[in-house]
Design a protein around this ligand. Structure first.
Ligand SMILES: Nc1ncnc2c1ncn2[C@@H]1O[C@H](COP(=O)(O)OP(=O)(O)OP(=O)(O)O)[C@@H](O)[C@H]1O
Ligand SMILES: [Mg+2]
Length: 325
Protein backbone atom coordinates (compact mmCIF):
# COMPACT_ATOMS: atom_id res chain seq x y z
CA UNK A 1 0.00 0.00 0.00
CA UNK A 2 1.38 3.39 -0.98
CA UNK A 3 1.25 5.83 1.90
CA UNK A 4 1.09 9.58 1.63
CA UNK A 5 4.25 11.50 2.34
CA UNK A 6 3.86 14.02 5.09
CA UNK A 7 7.41 15.31 5.42
CA UNK A 8 10.15 15.05 2.83
CA UNK A 9 13.64 16.44 2.60
CA UNK A 10 15.91 16.17 -0.41
CA UNK A 11 19.67 16.65 -0.02
CA UNK A 12 18.97 19.17 2.70
CA UNK A 13 21.97 21.12 3.94
CA UNK A 14 22.26 23.82 6.55
CA UNK A 15 25.44 25.69 7.36
CA UNK A 16 26.02 28.12 10.20
CA UNK A 17 28.73 30.73 9.98
CA UNK A 18 31.49 29.65 12.30
CA UNK A 19 33.76 31.86 14.33
CA UNK A 20 36.38 33.52 12.08
CA UNK A 21 39.18 31.16 11.11
CA UNK A 22 37.30 28.02 12.15
CA UNK A 23 35.10 27.50 9.09
CA UNK A 24 31.38 26.93 8.88
CA UNK A 25 29.41 24.49 11.02
CA UNK A 26 27.63 21.92 8.88
CA UNK A 27 24.51 21.35 10.97
CA UNK A 28 22.75 19.27 8.31
CA UNK A 29 24.55 17.45 5.53
CA UNK A 30 22.61 16.00 2.56
CA UNK A 31 19.64 14.87 4.63
CA UNK A 32 17.09 12.78 2.73
CA UNK A 33 14.14 11.99 4.93
CA UNK A 34 10.66 10.65 4.28
CA UNK A 35 7.98 10.61 6.96
CA UNK A 36 4.48 9.36 6.22
CA UNK A 37 0.96 10.13 7.34
CA UNK A 38 -0.12 8.34 10.51
CA UNK A 39 3.47 7.85 11.55
CA UNK A 40 5.29 8.73 14.76
CA UNK A 41 8.85 9.31 13.66
CA UNK A 42 11.72 9.74 16.12
CA UNK A 43 15.01 11.52 15.54
CA UNK A 44 17.79 10.31 17.80
CA UNK A 45 21.27 11.71 17.98
CA UNK A 46 23.86 13.22 20.29
CA UNK A 47 23.97 16.87 21.32
CA UNK A 48 24.73 19.05 18.34
CA UNK A 49 23.75 16.36 15.81
CA UNK A 50 21.36 18.65 13.93
CA UNK A 51 17.95 17.53 15.25
CA UNK A 52 16.66 20.94 16.32
CA UNK A 53 18.06 22.52 13.16
CA UNK A 54 16.09 20.02 11.06
CA UNK A 55 12.91 20.63 13.04
CA UNK A 56 13.31 24.40 12.75
CA UNK A 57 13.67 24.16 8.97
CA UNK A 58 10.59 21.94 8.74
CA UNK A 59 8.67 24.43 10.90
CA UNK A 60 9.70 27.31 8.61
CA UNK A 61 11.70 28.98 11.39
CA UNK A 62 15.04 28.58 9.65
CA UNK A 63 15.97 28.53 5.97
CA UNK A 64 17.82 25.66 4.31
CA UNK A 65 21.21 26.50 2.84
CA UNK A 66 20.79 23.97 0.01
CA UNK A 67 18.36 21.25 -0.94
CA UNK A 68 14.64 21.13 -0.31
CA UNK A 69 12.17 20.44 2.48
CA UNK A 70 8.49 19.76 1.86
CA UNK A 71 5.56 19.61 4.25
CA UNK A 72 2.56 17.89 2.67
CA UNK A 73 4.21 18.63 -0.66
CA UNK A 74 4.58 22.36 0.15
CA UNK A 75 8.05 23.88 -0.01
CA UNK A 76 9.10 25.35 3.34
CA UNK A 77 10.71 28.34 1.66
CA UNK A 78 7.92 29.28 -0.74
CA UNK A 79 4.81 28.18 1.16
CA UNK A 80 5.66 29.03 4.75
CA UNK A 81 2.37 30.70 5.67
CA UNK A 82 0.29 27.76 4.40
CA UNK A 83 2.51 25.34 6.28
CA UNK A 84 2.29 27.27 9.54
CA UNK A 85 -1.49 26.73 9.62
CA UNK A 86 -1.19 22.97 9.64
CA UNK A 87 1.73 22.39 11.99
CA UNK A 88 2.66 23.04 15.58
CA UNK A 89 5.90 22.79 17.53
CA UNK A 90 6.58 22.01 21.15
CA UNK A 91 10.13 22.30 22.44
CA UNK A 92 11.04 20.87 25.81
CA UNK A 93 12.39 23.38 28.26
CA UNK A 94 10.97 26.28 26.28
CA UNK A 95 8.88 28.98 27.96
CA UNK A 96 5.42 27.96 26.86
CA UNK A 97 3.80 31.38 26.63
CA UNK A 98 3.49 34.59 28.54
CA UNK A 99 4.55 34.50 32.18
CA UNK A 100 2.01 36.99 33.47
CA UNK A 101 -0.91 35.23 31.80
CA UNK A 102 -2.61 32.32 33.52
CA UNK A 103 -2.77 28.83 32.06
CA UNK A 104 -6.29 29.49 30.80
CA UNK A 105 -5.37 32.87 29.33
CA UNK A 106 -2.32 31.48 27.59
CA UNK A 107 -4.32 28.71 25.92
CA UNK A 108 -7.05 31.13 24.94
CA UNK A 109 -4.50 33.52 23.48
CA UNK A 110 -2.90 30.83 21.32
CA UNK A 111 -6.28 29.45 20.22
CA UNK A 112 -7.15 32.93 18.98
CA UNK A 113 -3.83 33.29 17.16
CA UNK A 114 -4.87 30.22 15.19
CA UNK A 115 -8.26 31.83 14.57
CA UNK A 116 -10.35 29.11 16.23
CA UNK A 117 -14.04 30.07 16.60
CA UNK A 118 -14.85 31.00 20.24
CA UNK A 119 -17.12 28.09 21.22
CA UNK A 120 -14.94 25.63 19.42
CA UNK A 121 -11.85 27.02 21.14
CA UNK A 122 -13.51 26.76 24.57
CA UNK A 123 -14.34 23.09 24.02
CA UNK A 124 -10.88 22.31 22.68
CA UNK A 125 -9.18 24.04 25.62
CA UNK A 126 -11.42 22.27 28.16
CA UNK A 127 -10.50 18.94 26.59
CA UNK A 128 -6.77 19.71 26.62
CA UNK A 129 -6.88 20.94 30.21
CA UNK A 130 -8.52 17.67 31.11
CA UNK A 131 -6.09 15.52 29.11
CA UNK A 132 -3.01 17.25 30.49
CA UNK A 133 -4.44 17.44 34.00
CA UNK A 134 -4.09 21.18 34.28
CA UNK A 135 -7.47 21.73 36.04
CA UNK A 136 -5.96 22.83 39.35
CA UNK A 137 -3.78 25.44 37.68
CA UNK A 138 -6.21 27.14 35.31
CA UNK A 139 -5.86 30.51 37.01
CA UNK A 140 -2.20 30.18 37.94
CA UNK A 141 0.21 32.51 36.19
CA UNK A 142 2.49 30.60 33.89
CA UNK A 143 5.59 32.00 35.59
CA UNK A 144 4.48 30.31 38.82
CA UNK A 145 4.20 26.80 37.37
CA UNK A 146 6.74 24.08 38.10
CA UNK A 147 8.93 22.86 35.21
CA UNK A 148 6.73 19.84 34.59
CA UNK A 149 3.50 21.82 34.56
CA UNK A 150 5.07 24.41 32.25
CA UNK A 151 5.82 21.56 29.90
CA UNK A 152 2.22 20.31 30.16
CA UNK A 153 1.00 23.78 29.21
CA UNK A 154 3.53 23.76 26.39
CA UNK A 155 2.05 20.49 25.13
CA UNK A 156 -1.52 21.75 25.44
CA UNK A 157 -0.49 24.73 23.32
CA UNK A 158 0.99 22.30 20.77
CA UNK A 159 -2.31 20.49 20.34
CA UNK A 160 -4.49 23.61 20.41
CA UNK A 161 -4.84 23.99 16.64
CA UNK A 162 -5.15 20.22 16.16
CA UNK A 163 -2.25 20.33 13.69
CA UNK A 164 -1.80 17.81 10.87
CA UNK A 165 1.87 17.59 11.81
CA UNK A 166 3.13 17.99 15.33
CA UNK A 167 6.84 18.54 15.95
CA UNK A 168 8.00 17.64 19.43
CA UNK A 169 11.58 18.60 20.29
CA UNK A 170 12.41 16.69 23.48
CA UNK A 171 8.78 16.73 24.68
CA UNK A 172 9.36 14.81 27.91
CA UNK A 173 12.24 16.99 29.11
CA UNK A 174 11.49 17.86 32.72
CA UNK A 175 8.52 15.53 33.05
CA UNK A 176 8.42 12.96 35.85
CA UNK A 177 8.18 9.27 34.93
CA UNK A 178 4.40 9.05 35.12
CA UNK A 179 3.79 12.34 33.32
CA UNK A 180 6.17 11.27 30.55
CA UNK A 181 4.29 8.00 30.21
CA UNK A 182 0.99 9.87 30.18
CA UNK A 183 2.27 12.10 27.39
CA UNK A 184 3.31 9.10 25.31
CA UNK A 185 -0.19 7.66 25.65
CA UNK A 186 -1.66 11.00 24.65
CA UNK A 187 0.50 11.18 21.51
CA UNK A 188 -0.40 7.60 20.59
CA UNK A 189 -4.12 8.26 21.06
CA UNK A 190 -3.87 11.42 19.04
CA UNK A 191 -2.13 9.74 16.09
CA UNK A 192 -4.91 7.13 16.05
CA UNK A 193 -7.44 9.84 15.22
CA UNK A 194 -6.03 9.56 11.68
CA UNK A 195 -4.34 11.80 9.13
CA UNK A 196 -1.74 13.01 11.62
CA UNK A 197 2.04 12.89 11.78
CA UNK A 198 4.41 13.32 14.69
CA UNK A 199 8.10 14.01 14.34
CA UNK A 200 9.88 14.02 17.67
CA UNK A 201 13.35 14.09 19.10
CA UNK A 202 14.33 12.48 22.34
CA UNK A 203 17.41 11.42 24.26
CA UNK A 204 15.46 8.60 25.91
CA UNK A 205 15.99 5.44 23.90
CA UNK A 206 13.26 3.47 25.66
CA UNK A 207 10.84 6.27 24.89
CA UNK A 208 11.70 6.19 21.19
CA UNK A 209 11.44 2.41 21.16
CA UNK A 210 8.02 2.42 22.75
CA UNK A 211 6.56 5.36 20.90
CA UNK A 212 8.01 5.55 17.41
CA UNK A 213 6.96 3.61 14.34
CA UNK A 214 10.32 4.46 12.78
CA UNK A 215 13.43 6.22 14.01
CA UNK A 216 16.25 7.99 12.24
CA UNK A 217 19.65 8.16 13.86
CA UNK A 218 21.51 11.36 13.10
CA UNK A 219 25.08 12.32 13.89
CA UNK A 220 27.05 15.33 12.70
CA UNK A 221 24.27 16.36 10.37
CA UNK A 222 23.98 13.01 8.59
CA UNK A 223 21.26 10.38 8.91
CA UNK A 224 23.13 7.16 9.66
CA UNK A 225 20.19 4.77 9.72
CA UNK A 226 16.44 4.94 9.44
CA UNK A 227 14.00 2.10 10.06
CA UNK A 228 11.61 0.57 12.59
CA UNK A 229 13.23 0.07 16.01
CA UNK A 230 12.87 -3.69 15.59
CA UNK A 231 14.56 -3.86 12.20
CA UNK A 232 17.37 -1.57 13.35
CA UNK A 233 18.06 -3.87 16.27
CA UNK A 234 18.48 -6.86 14.02
CA UNK A 235 20.22 -5.07 11.18
CA UNK A 236 22.68 -2.93 13.08
CA UNK A 237 23.68 -5.18 15.95
CA UNK A 238 23.37 -8.49 14.12
CA UNK A 239 20.78 -9.51 16.66
CA UNK A 240 22.91 -9.84 19.79
CA UNK A 241 24.99 -7.79 22.15
CA UNK A 242 27.26 -8.85 24.98
CA UNK A 243 27.31 -7.82 28.57
CA UNK A 244 30.47 -8.33 30.61
CA UNK A 245 30.83 -7.47 34.28
CA UNK A 246 34.36 -6.73 35.37
CA UNK A 247 36.24 -5.30 38.33
CA UNK A 248 38.08 -3.02 38.58
CA UNK A 249 37.17 -0.78 35.66
CA UNK A 250 39.38 -0.58 32.58
CA UNK A 251 42.05 2.03 32.88
CA UNK A 252 42.62 1.99 29.13
CA UNK A 253 39.15 2.07 27.70
CA UNK A 254 40.36 3.54 24.41
CA UNK A 255 42.61 0.57 23.67
CA UNK A 256 39.61 -1.77 24.10
CA UNK A 257 37.47 0.41 21.88
CA UNK A 258 40.11 0.25 19.17
CA UNK A 259 40.21 -3.56 18.97
CA UNK A 260 39.19 -4.42 15.38
CA UNK A 261 35.65 -5.79 15.36
CA UNK A 262 34.42 -3.85 18.39
CA UNK A 263 31.56 -1.89 16.86
CA UNK A 264 30.20 -0.33 20.02
CA UNK A 265 31.12 -0.15 23.67
CA UNK A 266 29.49 1.55 26.63
CA UNK A 267 30.37 1.20 30.28
CA UNK A 268 28.37 1.69 33.47
CA UNK A 269 30.12 1.84 36.82
CA UNK A 270 28.45 0.75 40.01
CA UNK A 271 30.24 2.91 42.52
CA UNK A 272 29.00 0.93 45.54
CA UNK A 273 30.11 -2.49 44.36
CA UNK A 274 33.05 -1.38 42.21
CA UNK A 275 31.68 -3.50 39.37
CA UNK A 276 31.69 -2.14 35.84
CA UNK A 277 29.29 -3.42 33.20
CA UNK A 278 30.56 -3.31 29.64
CA UNK A 279 27.94 -3.42 26.90
CA UNK A 280 29.42 -4.47 23.61
CA UNK A 281 28.38 -4.82 20.05
CA UNK A 282 30.84 -7.04 18.21
CA UNK A 283 31.18 -7.65 14.50
CA UNK A 284 31.55 -11.35 15.17
CA UNK A 285 31.87 -13.62 18.16
CA UNK A 286 35.56 -14.37 17.52
CA UNK A 287 36.46 -10.82 18.60
CA UNK A 288 35.62 -11.90 22.13
CA UNK A 289 38.95 -13.67 22.73
CA UNK A 290 40.97 -10.52 21.85
CA UNK A 291 38.70 -8.59 24.09
CA UNK A 292 39.09 -10.91 27.05
CA UNK A 293 42.89 -10.83 26.74
CA UNK A 294 42.80 -7.07 26.72
CA UNK A 295 40.65 -7.05 29.86
CA UNK A 296 43.09 -9.44 31.54
CA UNK A 297 46.11 -7.35 30.45
CA UNK A 298 44.40 -4.43 32.06
CA UNK A 299 44.33 -6.32 35.35
CA UNK A 300 40.55 -6.60 35.51
CA UNK A 301 38.67 -9.74 36.47
CA UNK A 302 35.63 -10.95 34.57
CA UNK A 303 32.79 -11.65 37.02
CA UNK A 304 30.04 -12.44 34.63
CA UNK A 305 29.36 -12.43 30.91
CA UNK A 306 26.51 -13.22 28.59
CA UNK A 307 24.61 -12.37 25.46
CA UNK A 308 21.62 -10.08 25.63
CA UNK A 309 18.82 -9.04 23.31
CA UNK A 310 19.76 -5.80 21.60
CA UNK A 311 18.02 -2.60 22.60
CA UNK A 312 17.68 0.62 20.69
CA UNK A 313 20.43 1.97 22.91
CA UNK A 314 22.76 -0.71 21.53
CA UNK A 315 21.87 0.37 18.00
CA UNK A 316 22.56 3.97 18.93
CA UNK A 317 25.87 3.15 20.57
CA UNK A 318 27.08 1.08 17.65
CA UNK A 319 26.21 3.83 15.15
CA UNK A 320 27.14 6.92 17.12
CA UNK A 321 29.65 5.39 19.51
CA UNK A 322 33.08 4.01 18.74
CA UNK A 323 32.09 2.93 15.23
CA UNK A 324 31.94 6.54 14.12
CA UNK A 325 35.28 7.69 15.45
N1 LIG B 1 22.01 29.66 15.48
C1 LIG B 1 23.12 28.95 15.35
N2 LIG B 1 24.30 29.53 15.06
C2 LIG B 1 25.43 28.81 14.91
N3 LIG B 1 25.48 27.48 15.05
C3 LIG B 1 24.35 26.84 15.36
C4 LIG B 1 23.12 27.52 15.53
N4 LIG B 1 22.15 26.61 15.84
C5 LIG B 1 22.78 25.43 15.86
N5 LIG B 1 24.07 25.54 15.56
C6 LIG B 1 25.07 24.44 15.46
O1 LIG B 1 24.52 23.45 14.60
C7 LIG B 1 24.79 22.14 15.09
C8 LIG B 1 23.50 21.40 15.29
O2 LIG B 1 22.79 21.96 16.38
P1 LIG B 1 21.33 21.47 16.80
O3 LIG B 1 20.80 22.44 17.79
O4 LIG B 1 20.53 21.24 15.59
O5 LIG B 1 21.65 20.07 17.51
P2 LIG B 1 20.69 19.06 18.28
O6 LIG B 1 20.82 17.74 17.59
O7 LIG B 1 19.34 19.63 18.41
O8 LIG B 1 21.39 18.93 19.71
P3 LIG B 1 20.77 18.77 21.20
O9 LIG B 1 20.57 17.30 21.40
O10 LIG B 1 21.87 19.29 22.07
O11 LIG B 1 19.52 19.57 21.28
C9 LIG B 1 25.62 22.35 16.35
O12 LIG B 1 26.98 22.24 16.01
C10 LIG B 1 25.26 23.75 16.79
O13 LIG B 1 26.31 24.33 17.52
MG1 LIG C 1 18.16 20.16 20.04
Amino acid sequence: MKRDLSIETKSLRRLFKGIPGKGDVVALDQVDLEVYDDEIFGLLGPNGAGKTTLIKILCTLLLPTEGQALIKGLDVVKRASQIRRIINLVSGGETPGYGILSVKENLWFFSQLYGLPRDFAKDRIAKLVDQLELQDYLNTRMSKLSTGYKQRLNLARGFVNDPAILFLDEPTLGLDVLSARHLRTLVKDWIRTGGKTVLLTTHYMAEADQLCDRVGIINRGKILACDTPQRLKTKVTGGATWKIEITPNLSELESVKSIPGVVGLSTTDNIETGVTTLKLVLEEESVMSDLLSKIRENGSKVLNMGKSEPTLEDVYISLVGTGME
